[in-house]
Design a protein around this ligand. Structure first.
Ligand SMILES: C[S@@+](CC[C@H](N)C(=O)[O-])C[C@H]1O[C@@H](n2cnc3c(N)ncnc32)[C@H](O)[C@@H]1O
Length: 274
């Protein structure tokens, strides 16, 4: 099967039809959410603190919603207007920017506590126009990302490398831009579950986190339920509960966003009689 990035440039491939799939295909949504959960784990953020994160190739905001559920604030950038329209429709909390990552990250130095990117980085290894030089675009991207991260921050990219040369290409440009790190491959022996995460660190040479399922002892982890367990152990309310909705509304108010008043009906389940 052809890889999407071989079919058309991202701003064309992710048109209205393709973008719509992101709210209609529950399997796709589940996978995006699981991979975001794992990317957040690999970011190793301090416990119980709300962080300010950048989501690169944020698309329809599925990954952003997981960031929100984990109590963080985010800004998303994406090259596809159709995908960003879906994110707006979904009323995500993050601010959205239409921007090509190959032209760099347009933010002030040290703005973010971390960055994630889910299924987007492989697009940058492709030349869609005569003027596109993947090496230059990757370097521009990583060097400006490095600049807009705080000096303890990490960036985690789940991506689909086409071959080892592509991994080499990406890691060499990231290293040239100042990052430490490498690629963590979860479930390397499973064709279906195998997932690659580029983990980049801005400071110090800290060992890479352990991959899942690489020693035959760690069993497959359901990231969603693991996230839920972590949340419960931190005393955070369950997704969809009244407490969860009230917290979400409070966050929106703190961000100065228009939010409906709380009432005795907030978070109440509908009776189903229509
Ligand atoms: C598989 S989708 C990821 C969706 C997203 N994580 C979500 O939760 O909906 C990949 C995204 O990367 C974006 N993308 C690809 N190349 C890009 C580029 N050069 N700059 C910014 N975004 C890009 C695409 O537009 C698309 O929305």
């Amino acid at each position: 099967m052809s890889r999407p990035e071989h079919l058309a440039p991202p701003e064309i491939f992710y048109n209205e039809d393709e973008a719509r799939k992101y709210t209609q295909n529950s399997r796709m949504m589940e996978i995006q959410e699981q991979m975001t959960g794992r990317a957040l784990e690999l970011l190793m953020l301090p416990e119980d603190e709300s962080m300010f994160l950048l989501d690169i190739g944020c698309g329809s905001g599925l990954s952003g919603s997981v960031v929100e559920e984990n109590g963080h604030f985010w800004v998303g950038m994406d090259i596809s207007t159709a995908m960003l329209d879906i994110a707006l429709e979904r009323e995500v909390e993050g601010d959205l920017i239409l921007s090509d990552m190959g032209q760099g990250c347009p933010f002030r130095a040290g703005s973010f506590d971390g960055a994630i990117s889910i299924s987007a980085l492989q697009w940058l290894c492709n030349a869609d126009k005569k003027s596109h030089k993947p090496v230059q675009r990757l370097y521009k991207f990583f060097s400006t990302l490095y600049a807009c991260l705080s000096r303890t921050a990490r960036a985690v990219f789940q991506f689909y490398p086409e071959n080892t040369e592509q991994i080499e290409l990406v890691t060499s440009q990231a290293t040239k831009a100042g990052f430490y790190g490498g690629v963590v491959i979860d479930y390397p022996n499973s064709t279906k579950a195998k997932k690659s995460f580029l983990v980049l660190m801005t400071g110090g040479s800290v060992p890479l986190p352990k991959a899942l399922g690489d020693d035959g002892q760690e069993s497959r982890v359901n990231y969603t339920s693991k996230r839920e367990m972590v949340k419960k152990s931190r005393g955070k309310p369950m997704k969809g509960s009244r407490e969860w909705i009230l917290e979400k509304k409070e966050r929106r108010r703190r961000q100065g966003k228009e939010t409906r008043e709380n009432s005795k009906y907030t978070g109440r389940k509908r009776s189903g009689r229509f």
